[in-house]
Write a protein of this length. Structure first.
Length: 344
């Protein structure tokens, strides 16, 4: 069995979780990375050592999350604090994927013949670029400094320079809202194309069987590092409830000295409504039909779906709520996490 540079091995998911993966007809399933039982796309195997070797630098900001926790919002805010505090940088119209590269996206879309819209766009702009291995990984390496880098990889699978050299912003969101949002995402985007019921998705999420989980292990590894001077933990619920205070704390952590006047404008600029208006920053309008279910986007929202906290209270059935509560009671590593989520 091959071992990665980070000391991990690849294992097949247990029978039950592998069966759950078959409900995602857009991709060929997942591997578990041990120890940790991290669920990664199968192509992760080809990139594991490169991800582990990816060197973070001083002035880099790494935004790390369990998917659907408010990553995109946080990335826009961090990039804006660092590169566009007066909202006059012409680069701001570039897609967020380009301004804030996600290092592991190559593994998530490797199974798509034409690897999604951004690759197509990039091909047109830079026809000579060798994309044969890791377009996004290369982009992350070449990205203009200071870099804002997105990842869903847990720290064990990354170089220690992420925390020792760069700064990390880790965002936590109520797992019930994460699950609802992730289910929407998995149905919306063809690269996942989830065909099961919502109830089946909840079971998959709780079993730690969906890509990039398991949720509590992901949160716990960041939470353990919360006192590290280069680590800043944010809660989506607090960002919603107390945007200015949370953004001020973020600016202090990043040393970006955003003024009060700049902050008011950035809060508006990065609000859900404003980011939704610019949603072709995520998937370009002309490419969107190749990449996502447009009928569903019309009906239940596109990438920018609701942008609220606590939607689970209305969406989940009582039985699902009970399942979640039992799972939270059993797995949440520190009561303080749920206290922060529930009392923002
Ligand atoms: P919902 O599906 O609940 O609406 P991520 O960026 O980690 O994938 O998270 C996506 C979630 O964050 C989605 O949640 C999305 O609508 C929400 N979101 C994106 N931009 C936001 C913003 N500016 N303010 C609040 N929520 C935002």
């Amino acid at each position: 069995m091959s071992t990665t540079k980070s000391g991990h091995t690849f294992e097949e998911q247990c029978h039950r979780n592998a069966e759950i993966q078959k409900l995602f007809i857009g991709h060929p399933g997942a591997l578990e990375i041990h120890p940790g039982k991290w669920v990664q796309a199968r192509a992760y195997k080809e990139y594991a050592d490169e991800y582990y070797n990816f060197q973070f630098e001083e002035n880099d900001v790494v935004v790390s999350t369990m998917p659907k926790s408010g990553t995109t919002w946080t990335l826009e805010v961090v990039w804006t604090f660092k590169n566009n505090p007066n909202l006059d940088n012409p680069m701001a119209i570039q897609p967020l994927n380009m301004r804030t590269p996600i290092i592991e996206i190559d593994t998530l879309i490797a199974h798509i013949p034409s690897r999604g819209t951004f690759k197509v766009m990039f091909d047109k702009q830079f026809p000579d670029f060798d994309q044969s291995h890791g377009l996004f990984l290369q982009l992350a390496g070449m990205s203009p400094r200071p870099r804002t880098i997105k990842t869903h990889l847990p720290f064990q699978l990354l170089s220690s320079t992420a925390l020792d050299t760069a700064k990390v912003v880790y965002v936590i969101r109520d797992p019930r809202d994460v699950c609802i949002s992730y289910h929407h995402h998995a149905k919306l985007f063809f690269y996942e194309n989830f065909q099961g019921t919502f109830d089946q998705y909840v079971d998959a999420f709780l079993a730690g069987a969906v890509w990039l989980g398991p949720y509590w292990e992901h949160v716990a590894q960041a939470w353990k590092l919360r006192d590290h001077p280069n680590m800043h933990i944010m809660f989506y619920e607090k960002m919603k409830n107390n945007t200015k205070e949370e953004f001020m704390r973020l600016s202090t952590f990043l040393g970006t000295n955003i003024t009060d006047e700049q902050m008011e404008k950035i809060i508006h600029y990065s609000s859900f409504a404003e980011m939704k208006k610019r949603d072709n920053h995520i998937v370009g309008a002309s490419d969107a039909p190749d990449f996502m279910d447009m009928a569903m986007a019309q009906k239940s929202g596109g990438f920018f779906r609701q942008g609220t906290a606590g939607g689970w209270k209305k969406t989940l059935t009582q039985e699902q709520k009970n399942k979640f509560q039992a799972w939270i009671d059993e797995n949440c590593p520190d009561k303080e996490i749920m206290d922060n989520i529930l009392n923002p």
